[in-house]
Write a protein that binds this ligand. Structure first.
Ligand code: SF4
Length: 395
C-alpha cells in the first residue's frame, strides 16, 4: 500500500472515530489507562471506546451510572506533598533513598528534570521523548556516574495509536543498567503496603514502562537487556512521609503486559468495523435526561457487544455500573461473569436459573446445567433452614 493510501485510510478512520466520540470527553494515552484497557481488551465496546480515546470514566457524568473514580483530594494532596519532598533541596531525599536502596552513591548523580524547559504540549512531549531515548542509549553504552531522568517520556504505538507516556523517575542509570522508578504516596507500614491493589497496579505501571524502555533501546540499536526487569517503588515509610525504596522483580508482569498489548486491536481495523450508527454523542450529552442517556448507552453497547467480567470491568472500565444494570435488567447470567454464563448453556436467563434451582423440570437444552443447579438449590435451602447462630458456631 502506498503512503498516500495509508494517509487516506488514517484520515477516514479518524473521521469515523470523531463520529463515534461525538461530544464524549477524551483522555490522553497514559500507562494507567493502558493497563486498565489491557484488563478489558476483549470487550468490543471497550475496544471502540479505547480506539476513539473516549474517557469512559466521564461519559456518564451526571447520571446515577457515573462511577466514583479518581483520587480523593486528601490522596492528591499527599501525592503532591510527597513528590515535592523528594525534589526539595536538589532532590536531596531522592538521592538519599536511592543511595540507601540501591547501594550506589547518588549524592553527586546527575538528575535531569525533563518536566522543566519544555512546552506543555505535543511538541514538548516529542522533544522530551527524544531526549529520553538518547539519554537511555548513553546510559547503556557509556556507564559512568549514576544518572536519574526525572519525568522521562517514552513514545509507543498501541494498537496503531502513537502516544507519549510520562514516567516518574524513569530512568535510573546504574552501571549501564536502566531501572524504572515510580513514586507512590500510599504508605508501606512495617514492610507491607496498606493497599495490595494499589501495589499491584503500581508494579503493572512500572512493568509497562520497563517494556516500553526495552523497545526504546531496541529502536536506538542498544541491547534491550540493559533495561532492568526489577523496578523501584519509592513510597512513604509508615504513617509519615519519610521515603523508603522497595525493589521488585517484574519480569512476569512484563511478559503478561507484552501479551496483553499484543492483543490490543488495531485502531484502523476497529474504526472500519464499527457500524455507522454507533456514537457516544447522545450518551455524553448532559442536556438530555438521564433515561435518554442510559438508553443511548444501552443501544451502543447492544450493537457493539459486551464481554462483562465483574472483577475486570468494575476495576478497569467506567461503563461497569451501566453494563451491570443492563445485564441485570435483562436477567442475563453474564452479570455474574462469563465463567458462570458459560456453565449455564441453554438457559434463557436468571429467572429460569432460579426456577431450575427450585427443581423445575428442565427442557432437553437445559438438562446439562439443570442437575447441578437443582443440587445447588437443595444445598441453599438446607443452609437457609439452619439457624444463623448455628452456622456461625460450626464455621
Ligand atoms: S464494563 Fe461493559 S463496556 Fe466496559 S469492558 Fe465491561 S462489558 Fe465492556
Amino acid at each position: 500500500m502506498t503512503s498516500y493510501q495509508d494517509q487516506a485510510r488514517q484520515t477516514s478512520s479518524g473521521t469515523v472515530l470523531d463520529r463515534v466520540r461525538g461530544r464524549a470527553p477524551t483522555t490522553p494515552a497514559n500507562v494507567r489507562r493502558l493497563a486498565a484497557f489491557a484488563n478489558v481488551h476483549s470487550c468490543p465496546t471497550a475496544a471502540v471506546a479505547f480506539a476513539a480515546r473516549i474517557d469512559t470514566n466521564k461519559v456518564l457524568t451526571g447520571t446515577s451510572m457515573e462511577m466514583p473514580y479518581g483520587q480523593s483530594p486528601f490522596a492528591i494532596g499527599r501525592g503532591v506533598a510527597f513528590e515535592a519532598l523528594l525534589r526539595r533541596h536538589g532532590h536531596a531525599e531522592l538521592r538519599r533513598v536511592l543511595t540507601e536502596g540501591l547501594g550506589t552513591d547518588f549524592s553527586l548523580a546527575a538528575i535531569e528534570n525533563l518536566r522543566e524547559g519544555y512546552q506543555p504540549n505535543r511538541a514538548g512531549l516529542t522533544m522530551r521523548a527524544r531526549v529520553t531515548s538518547s539519554r537511555m542509549a548513553e546510559i547503556a553504552q557509556a556507564p559512568q556516574d549514576p544518572v536519574v531522568l526525572d519525568g522521562a517520556v517514552l513514545r509507543a504505538d498501541i494498537g496503531g495509536i502513537p502516544g507519549f507516556f510520562e514516567a516518574d523517575e524513569m530512568a535510573i542509570g546504574v552501571d549501564g543498567q536502566i531501572i524504572v522508578g515510580e513514586n507512590k504516596s500510599w504508605p508501606v507500614v512495617d514492610g507491607r503496603p496498606t493497599d495490595e491493589d494499589a501495589l499491584g497496579s503500581a508494579l503493572d505501571q512500572a512493568a509497562t514502562y520497563a517494556l516500553m524502555g526495552r523497545r526504546t533501546l531496541e529502536h536506538e540499536g542498544v541491547d534491550p537487556a540493559c533495561m532492568s526487569e526489577s523496578v523501584v517503588l519509592v513510597t512513604p515509610r509508615n504513617t509519615g512521609l519519610a521515603p523508603a525504596l522497595h525493589r521488585q522483580d517484574v519480569s512476569a508482569r512484563i511478559r503478561r503486559i507484552e501479551r496483553l498489548l499484543g492483543a490490543v486491536p488495531d485502531v484502523q481495523e476497529t474504526a472500519e468495523s464499527t457500524p455507522p450508527s454507533v456514537t457516544f454523542d447522545a450518551v455524553a450529552d448532559i442536556g438530555r435526561s438521564e433515561n435518554a442517556r442510559i438508553d443511548a448507552f444501552n443501544q451502543v453497547t447492544d450493537e457493539l457487544g459486551r464481554v462483562y467480567e465483574p472483577a475486570n470491568c468494575l476495576t478497569s472500565c467506567g461503563f461497569a455500573w451501566a453494563c451491570r444494570q443492563r445485564l441485570f435488567a435483562e436477567g442475563d447470567p453474564a452479570v455474574v461473569g462469563g465463567s458462570v454464563a458459560r456453565a449455564l448453556p441453554g438457559i434463557a436467563g436468571l429467572r429460569r436459573v432460579a426456577e431450575l434451582g427450585q427443581g423445575a423440570p428442565p427442557s432437553t437444552a437445559e438438562e446439562p446445567a439443570a442437575v447441578p443447579l437443582a443440587r445447588a438449590g437443595r444445598l441453599y435451602d438446607e443452609m437457609a433452614a439452619v439457624p444463623h447462630i448455628m452456622r456461625r458456631r460450626s464455621a
